[in-house]
Write a protein that binds this ligand. Structure first.
Ligand SMILES: Nc1nc2c(ncn2[C@@H]2O[C@H](COP(=O)(O)OP(=O)(O)OP(=O)(O)O)[C@@H](O)[C@H]2O)c(=O)[nH]1
Ligand SMILES: [Mg+2]
Length: 458
């Protein structure tokens, strides 16, 4: 275990008023510091407390002897704790002031305020979890949908790490065979090379699947920015409201209702669709509307997906055609709305193979079909997800791409009959890059970048 010099401390529950707040201490002196500041109702000192025991008493100011709060305190001894170090967790009353006072007492008692992610970083440095699992902790905290959470949990349970370790082992054994030929060149190299090459190829295939999975899962993790656009009064705001399930945007029978961007998140079968409802296109009546339309065009530019809304109960207008043209190169779904009022639009439509859905935002009709179509256009298939190991992190994907490149260069070096030492070098490069995912190979720089994304107390 890597023993950290100092004992860290932080409030680990959200800042605010609640039933209880939890303050965590971790490090060599955690139990000593707590023992000096905690008066156990049972009269026993914490110094000899067994691991995984809970104690009832008061936190007391060591100078004035004043009681600060009545608390429950749990003791988890190394290595059976989140960080693998001695950990003390204090559940105090959930007021902002009292929590801060308890924290301050521990800081004055010799602990240091933890940095963001420092508890998790210690768990990694002490070997309790690997880097991919540490990153899964952030993903669990940030997960917005069941699928995102499921993916993060898989990573935390070590499914990805196991897979990466297997691939590393496979290449390492290829390196061992190659090195055997470097040492004993008289052996029959031809046959053995074939086996090494096949091994590299099958690892590459597996890496390809993992990278493919990254693209498949990215929407679940990051969501898709989606602009709802069209001319005025076609039902864009009504559509936003029905997709997010609340009356977020104002809807009126009058064209030009929405001026500024209104946003909301819809859950489309586990994909967080980050929707931007925009001002409808028409000849602007004032400066505010003009600015609204400018923002609508900007929303089209930045959105990954566009829901182009048309009023199916009317014939096409100039504005409709303008927006159709402006979104022609975007990934888009054409929503022909107001289907409850009849269909007068189709004749003049030329939508270049776009996906079209007929809806009535007023009556809630066609919405399930729309959701299905959105999911399909995002995932590029029926939306069935494989139950395989998932790569959802850009850093992991980049390392996989690097490893794949090294394996490819290895295959080229075999074809070119380059010296075996050079061939082995590329295989080793691939192993190292895979090692970056789990943290078997890492730098202080990578660690700082990863753990700075955490909040304090995690
Ligand atoms: N019959 C019918 N009316 C609808 C439908 N969808 C929306 N409306 C009505 O159309 C009018 C305009 O709806 P909005 O959702 O405000 O339209 P919008 O596109 O956001 O309009 P702007 O913000 O002005 O650009 C309201 O009276 C809605 O109730 C629909 O599917 N059928
Ligand atoms: Mg609107």
């Amino acid at each position: 275990m890597v023993t950290q010099e100092d004992t860290i401390c932080a409030i680990v529950t959200p800042q605010g008023i609640g039933g209880i707040s939890v303050i965590r201490l971790s490090g060599r002196d955690a139990i000593d510091i707590a023992a000096r500041l905690f008066h156990n109702k049972s009269g026993k000192s914490l110094i000899n407390a067994q691991t995984h025991t809970i104690h009832y008493g008061n936190i007391v100011d060591p100078v004035s002897g004043d009681k600060i709060d009545e608390v429950l305190l749990s003791v988890m001894r190394s290595p059976h704790s989140f960080t693998c170090e001695d950990v003390v967790e204090v559940s105090c009353h959930g007021g902002l002031l009292v929590t801060t006072k308890v924290l301050d007492t521990f800081l004055r008692g010799g602990a240091r305020l933890s940095e963001p992610g420092e508890f998790t970083k210690r768990a990694f440095l002490n070997g309790r979890i690997d880097l991919a699992q540490a990153e899964a902790v952030i993903d669990i905290i940030n997960a917005k949908t069941d699928e995102g959470l499921r993916c993060a949990l898989w990573q935390l349970y070590g499914k990805l790490s196991n897979e990466i370790n297997m691939l590393q082992d496979s290449i390492s054994s290829a390196i061992a065979s190659l090195e055997a030929y470097i040492d004993f060149p008289e052996e029959d190299t031809e046959i053995a090379m074939e086996e090494i090459v096949n091994r590299a190829r099958s690892v590459m295939k597996r890496i390809d699947r993992l990278i493919e999975g990254y693209y498949q899962w990215r929407p679940f993790r990051e969501g898709i920015s989606t602009a709802i656009v069209g001319r005025t009064n076609v039902g864009k705001s009504s559509l936003l409201n029905i997709l997010i399930g609340e009356e977020r945007a104002i809807v009126t029978p009058y064209p030009g209702t929405t001026r500024d961007i209104v946003d909301g998140v819809a859950n489309i079968g586990g994909i967080p669709l980050r929707l931007l409802d925009t001002a409808g296109l028409r000849m602007a009546k004032d400066i505010a509307e003009e600015e609204g339309i400018r923002r609508m065009y900007k929303a089209i530019d930045i959105a990954e997906l566009v829901l182009l809304v048309l009023d199916g109960s009317n014939t096409l207008t100039e504005e409709d055609n303008e927006i159709i043209a402006r979104t022609a190169n975007k990934k888009r779904v054409v929503v022909i709305n107001k289907k409850d009022k009849g269909n007068r639009i189709e004749a003049g439509l030329n939508l270049q193979g776009s996906l079209i859905v007929h809806t009535s935002a007023l009556k809630g009709e066609g919405i399930d079909e729309l959701k299905k179509t959105i999911r399909q256009i995002i995932l590029g298939h029926e939306g069935k997800l494989s139950g395989e190991t998932i790569v959802s992190n850009l850093r992991h994907k980049t390392a996989l791409e690097g490893a794949r490149k090294e394996l490819n260069t290895f295959l080229e070096s075999v074809n070119q009959k380059l010296p075996l030492e050079i061939q082995a070098l590329h295989l080793r490069g691939a192993v190292d890059l895979l090692g970056e995912i789990t943290g078997a190979v890492t730098t202080e720089d990578i660690l700082d970048r990863i753990f700075s994304e955490f909040c304090i107390g995690k």
